[in-house]
Design a protein around this ligand. Structure first.
Ligand code: ADP
Ligand code: ADP
Length: 229
């Protein structure tokens, strides 16, 4: 089974107030194979966030199907949700929570028993062990992004999805985040990331799908795609 299977996915946003309804996904079909780093590349407004929000269960699809790790997001919502971790674009932490508390709190939300929690291990994995007890408001932007990644991995999902992980970050932090994503992938986590930077997708991803105006216009191993450009 693929890590994620998407079939004929359509999303039409209903008109709200005087805003027109919008066909954000026009029948998108693709598989994310297990074990790799999959890049979803496209300009602003292409439909990337819509796609991720549907996978995360935050936005309802209009039609089509999405399976995560073999679980249909409608018929087997609980298992589908447990199989995916989402790293959102915006960083929102309670400023007086510490990294350790953020992870413990998240484990609590998933009903993970105290003795099965992995907060210390996760803090080490994202290189934040020495910030265990610092208030979140004192962390740098890069540290906060790494903490977001650890938070998304608390329930040990086999698939990690990152929405524009390096949008608006400087070159050094971008390198740092790329390295972290690669490390997570080496540990066996299937990675999906969205980006509008071609060079980011080329460097990190072994497979790239390109989405534009709600349609998939390419889906190839990176080396084949780069040959075309
Ligand atoms: P981005 O560059 O992050 O994709 P967008 O302007 O496309 O920025 O969308 C930002 C957010 O604003 C979306 O995630 C969505 O929730 C909301 N949004 C975008 N377009 C509309 C719209 N036409 N009507 C209502 N909300 C919208
Ligand atoms: P991307 O993440 O690739 O920038 P989005 O998924 O945010 O693209 O947006 C795809 C299209 O859907 C855009 O035209 C956007 O304006 C529209 N859109 C996004 N969210 C909403 C919303 N809540 N209501 C109406 N239109 C939306």
């Amino acid at each position: 089974t693929p890590a994620i299977a998407i079939r004929d996915l359509v999303k039409r946003y209903a008109p709200a107030g005087d805003a027109e309804g919008k066909l954000a996904l026009k029948g998108v079909t693709f598989d994310v194979p297990q074990g790799g780093i999959f890049g979803l590349l496209g300009p602003n407004g292409a439909g990337k966030s819509t796609l991720i929000n549907i996978m995360a269960g935050l936005v309802r699809k209009s039609s089509g199907s999405v399976d995560i790790w073999g679980f249909d997001i409608d018929r087997n919502q609980r298992n589908a949700k447990r199989s995916i971790g989402i790293v959102p674009q915006e960083i929102v932490f309670d400023p007086f929570f510490t990294p350790f508390e953020v992870l413990e709190n998240q484990a609590g939300l998933y009903g993970i028993a105290k003795h099965l929690r992995r907060s210390e291990e996760l803090l080490r994995a994202v290189h934040l062990a020495d910030k265990r007890n610092a208030y979140a408001r004192t962390l740098s932007g890069g540290m906060k992004r790494r903490l977001l990644i650890a938070k998304a991995l608390v329930h040990q999902p086999p698939v990690l999805v990152l929405d524009e992980p390096t949008a608006g970050v400087d070159v050094e932090l971008r390198r740092q985040l790329w390295e972290l994503v690669t490390e997570m992938n080496r540990e066996g986590v299937t990675i999906v990331l969205t980006t509008h930077y071609l060079e980011e997708a080329e460097e990190l991803c072994d497979r790239i799908a390109i989405i534009n105006h709600g349609e998939l216009i390419a889906n190839k191993p990176t080396r084949e795609l780069v040959g075309m450009a």
